[in-house]
Design a protein around this ligand. Structure first.
Ligand code: ADP
Ligand code: GN1
Ligand code: MG
Length: 368
């Protein structure tokens, strides 16, 4: 799905939310692949106040009511925890949803677009690419603490916002289906990548097998723990807040760790086309293991810890498969900025998987 070229009427959308002050401007914000995210500024008696407005991707999230019910519950739970912990800066340590003027969690526009608003977390950055092992440690600790937070979420069970989201077997079968259908006439251009995916098919059942055998439990997980879904404080470098809560739902802790390993250990950007730059950085992986274990604490069982390195390979493979499938389907899911963007991303993820395979023994030695 390519990015919209012109801005929607953000002032009009803001009118549906109880923002006070004078609308100053609105612009595209961030580099997420799914929702349309905007930063909107207000002048409140000489002070600038910003909010995040998001048009939810309803092609991806089919049941917005269920999605927003989950998000409202998780935000409220996180806010209660932050308040109970005490300490400064509570407003920046949990994502705060701003209900509409009518008290609803989102607003549906005349074209069917669904809009929500959050307080803007100021003085913080989300990184697309890791800068140091120390940064990996704080990010992983924050995701580990978030895992513990979710373990205490009061019933009922959260709704599944995207069914089978991390069902890697199903993702693989979808790739085969897309390769056969060749809807965009691109299968020939991706023959090498399709062949690579087939050569690693054995990976797709590994986490599902551990779950089926009872070795690893289902938990409530974030499911999209890429590095740019945690905000780090510009002043201290510490983690402030976990964001992008759209896929918080039942899952495996190994999905969360695996996606951190995928997104944070890469020496190159996720869409870097020069594959010689793609490499799994061992010191970053070590920092992730340390940080996640420190954050999640005793919650993780021995089988989860023993399979952290495997999770990195599986999720890197899974996301590679998803990028490749989307390339074959004609770029209908992820935002893209060039015709080969999804193919470049898939190649990149497969190169990262190869690098993890080369360093498998060293990675596994850290997971005991
Ligand atoms: P997507 O699902 O498209 O990835 P995200 O919710 O992750 O959407 O938002 C995209 C980006 O916008 C994030 O990576 C982050 O940089 C920024 N962002 C999101 N929410 C906030 C917020 N409340 N305050 C500041 N920046 C935010
Ligand atoms: C998407 O929304 P964002 O950009 O944080 C995707 C993840 C992928 C990731 C790859 C809902 O994450 O599953 O791992 O892109 N989110 C959804 O960068 O599909
Ligand atoms: Mg995101």
């Amino acid at each position: 799905m390519s990015s919209p070229s012109s801005l929607p009427d953000l002032a009009a959308v803001c009118g549906r939310f109880p923002f006070s002050g004078r609308f100053v401007d609105g612009r595209s914000h961030g580099s997420g692949h799914i929702n349309d995210t905007y930063a909107v500024s207000f002048d409140q008696e000489g002070c600038r106040r910003r909010y995040v407005l998001q048009r939810i991707n309803t092609r991806v999230f089919k049941d917005v009511d269920a999605l927003m019910e989950n998000i409202a519950r998780v935000c409220a739970h996180a806010a209660r925890r932050v308040a109970a912990d005490g300490g400064p800066d509570a407003a920046r340590r949990a994502l705060t949803l701003v209900p509409t003027r009518d008290g609803a969690p989102f607003w549906r526009d005349a074209e069917g677009g669904s809009w929500r608003a959050y307080d803007f977390i100021e003085g913080a950055t989300s990184f697309d690419k890791i800068e140091s092992p120390a940064q990996a440690r704080v990010a992983a600790q924050a995701f580990g603490e978030f895992q513990r937070l979710l373990a205490d979420l009061p019933a009922p069970r959260l709704r599944e916002t995207i069914p089978h989201f991390h069902d890697t077997r199903r993702r693989f079968d979808n790739l085969e289906r897309s390769a056969r259908a060749d809807a965009a006439g691109r299968a020939a251009a991706a023959a090498a990548e399709i062949g690579f995916a087939r050569s690693r098919e054995a990976l797709v059942d590994s986490l599902l097998g551990l779950q089926a055998s009872g070795a690893i439990p289902e938990r409530i997980t974030h499911n999209d723990t890429k590095l740019n879904n945690v905000m780090l404080d510009d002043a201290t470098g510490k983690a402030l807040c976990i964001i992008d809560l759209d896929t918080v739902m039942p899952g495996l802790a190994l999905y969360d760790f695996g996606d951190m390993a995928r997104s944070a250990t890469n020496a190159a950007a996720e869409d870097e086309a020069d594959l010689s730059l793609v490499r799994m950085q061992m010191p970053v992986f070590a920092a992730l293991v340390e940080g996640y274990r420190a954050g999640a604490g005793p919650l993780l069982n021995a089988a989860e810890v023993a399979n952290l390195a495997l999770a990195g390979r599986v999720i890197t493979f899974e996301i590679g498969i998803r990028f490749l499938t989307d390339f074959l389907d004609g770029d209908i899911y992820f935002k893209t900025r060039r015709p080969t963007h999804n193919l470049d991303r898939a190649r990149n993820q497969f190169a990262l998987l190869r690098s993890m395979e080369e360093q498998r023994a060293a990675m596994e030695s850290l997971c005991a």
